[in-house]
Design a protein around this ligand. Structure first.
Ligand code: HEM
Length: 475
């Protein structure tokens, strides 16, 4: 229990490490926000479980919400509506729980982005990287199973997608669907099954990973910021170390404000799930957007193989693309180690420009993800900009193939340019724009020497070890 609290405690490891070396503030910030959101999820989840019933038995709705009077609904749906409209504070609890999910997954994504671009996944921190990738997958699974519990139209849409994906798997797809749904779609078994997965299995696995992460951070410490990035006000650099408890209460406060003022998943408006019906008002959570986009972009291809139909239209976007994406993410440190032959331990982070190829790969991956995400809104884009939805889809199909390559080339070129400028400045000094005329009639530009490729020496406190200003002939 002590260990568990330490793993989830605000700024625990950051505080310890900060005495020895400058902490890595932004990584710590995202990791801590994820941990705080998890605390909120567990607390609100336990309270929700008191009122929610994972039961698919159907009966006519008899509650106070008049538009639903007499409609046949499952007990799972009725209990969620009751929780929202009759239990005091119930709607706030539900909304805080849902918002905490969105923030939890977003914080994990940002943490991964930050670790990737600074090379924080290199030896000896590869296990930490794997833990965060796994946390992302489990966090998304927890969000998806949670969304299915209320048995409303949104939950039905997710279930239909799961059914379609399973059925598209060659050879075993039908059996898997039969096994998961217990023979009938959506059937009576799926919600109780997902309930235990959601409330016990996934949270225990996620908390276990946080405990493991805490141990690893204690063992290896936090990596140092690159020397060139330690500029900026001191209070900002040590923000998470100083603001641990404040960050916790700040995260809780923001989540409660969001839960109080920003409506999310109004199940009574969306209505109970009925197979064959669809609602225009329900969209999946943001982290499922890239899957939705991939399904929308994929042409409806089907092939006959050995007398059987192979439906790649669902298999590729909903299973192969995310599978390949997450495998690539998890395996990237090994790929980089193999390609660069760098097996040394690293305790200092890279500046993104110092690893131009890696930064380019990261930009390409972000472009790929972002374009799939944009594709999930192809209908909205078409409506807002008065375009044909087919044209928007065709454009996004081309963009999703060309965009990552373009982002890779452009970002790498930009990083190499920054590096070249830094080495030029280190050799010749930084241009000041001050041109002076020599007695011989020529022109020279005054340059300022830079120290370690960062601060002009003239800005260093007097007595610092900067070299003396110089002059560079122009023209
Ligand atoms: C591990 C992180 C967790 C995530 C990401 C998560 C996510 C979600 C989401 C997105 C929903 C749908 C909310 C809605 O209806 O708008 C939900 C519902 C629910 N969650 Fe969680 N949850 C987590 C942990 C837990 C825990 C630990 C419990 C209980 C011990 C729990 C209990 C419930 C219950 C009972 C519901 C159904 C009630 C409702 O939909 O309003 N959750 N969860």
């Amino acid at each position: 229990m002590k260990r568990l609290l330490a793993a989830l405690s605000p700024a625990g490891p950051a505080r310890r490490w900060s005495r020895r070396a400058p902490a890595d503030p932004w990584s710590a910030l995202f990791g801590q926000i994820a941990a705080h959101a998890l605390v909120v999820l567990v607390v609100t989840g336990i309270l929700l479980a008191v009122f929610y019933r994972p039961d698919m038995a159907r009966s006519a709705y008899e509650g106070p919400y008049r538009p639903l009077k007499g409609v046949v609904v499952s007990e799972a749906y009725a209990s969620t509506v009751r929780l929202s409209l009759e239990v005091r504070g119930g709607l706030l609890l539900r909304q805080v729980h849902h918002w905490a999910t969105l923030i939890f997954v977003a914080a994990i994504c940002l943490k991964l982005v930050r670790m990737f671009f600074t090379g924080a996944f290199r030896r000896p921190r590869l296990p930490l990287w794997s833990i965060w990738v796994l946390l992302l997958v489990l966090g998304m699974a927890a969000g998806l199973t949670g969304t299915i519990l209320p048995d409303d139209m949104l939950s039905g849409g997710s279930l239909a997608l799961i059914q379609g994906v399973l059925q598209s798997i060659p050879l075993v797809g039908t059996r898997l669907t039969f096994w998961l749904f217990d023979g009938d779609f959506p059937g009576e078994a799926i919600v109780p099954r997902f309930y235990w997965l959601h409330t016990v299995v996934l949270p225990v696995a996620i908390i276990g990973l946080f405990v493991l992460r805490h141990r690893l951070v204690r063992r290896h410490g936090r990596p140092r910021l690159p020397a060139a990035a330690t500029r900026g006000p001191h209070w900002l650099r040590s923000l998470p170390v100083a603001a641990g408890p404040a960050l916790f209460f700040g995260t809780c406060g923001v989540l409660v404000l969001l839960g109080a003022f920003a409506q999310i998943n109004p199940v009574w408006l969306l209505g109970p799930y009925r197979p064959g019906e669809i609602t225009a008002g329900a969209v999946p959570d943001w982290y499922m957007g890239f899957l939705d986009g991939a399904v929308r972009l994929m042409p409806g291809w089907e092939f006959e193989v050995a007398g059987r139909t192979l439906t790649v239209a669902v298999l590729v976007p909903a299973l192969i693309i995310p599978g390949a994406f997450f495998t690539f993410l998890a395996a990237y440190p090994l790929i980089e180690r193999r390609l660069t032959g760098d097996r040394e331990p690293h305790h200092e982070l890279d500046r993104p420009r110092d690893a131009a190829t890696r930064t380019g790969v990261g930009a390409g991956a972000l472009a790929f993800y972002g374009l799939l995400w944009a594709a999930a809104a192809n209908d909205q884009i078409a409506v807002r900009f008065h375009l044909s939805v087919n044209d928007v889809t065709d454009f996004l199909r081309a963009a999703v193939l060309a965009g990552p390559v373009f982002a890779f080339v452009l970002t790498r070129w930009f990083c190499l340019g920054l590096l070249e400028r830094a080495s030029h400045e280190a050799a010749h000094g930084r241009e000041t724009g001050r041109i002076v005329r020599t007695p011989e009639g020529g022109y020279i530009e005054i340059t300022e020497p830079v120290r370690d490729g960062r601060r002009p020496a003239s800005l260093e406190p007097s007595g610092s070890s900067g070299t003396r200003p110089g002059i560079t002939p122009t023209g």
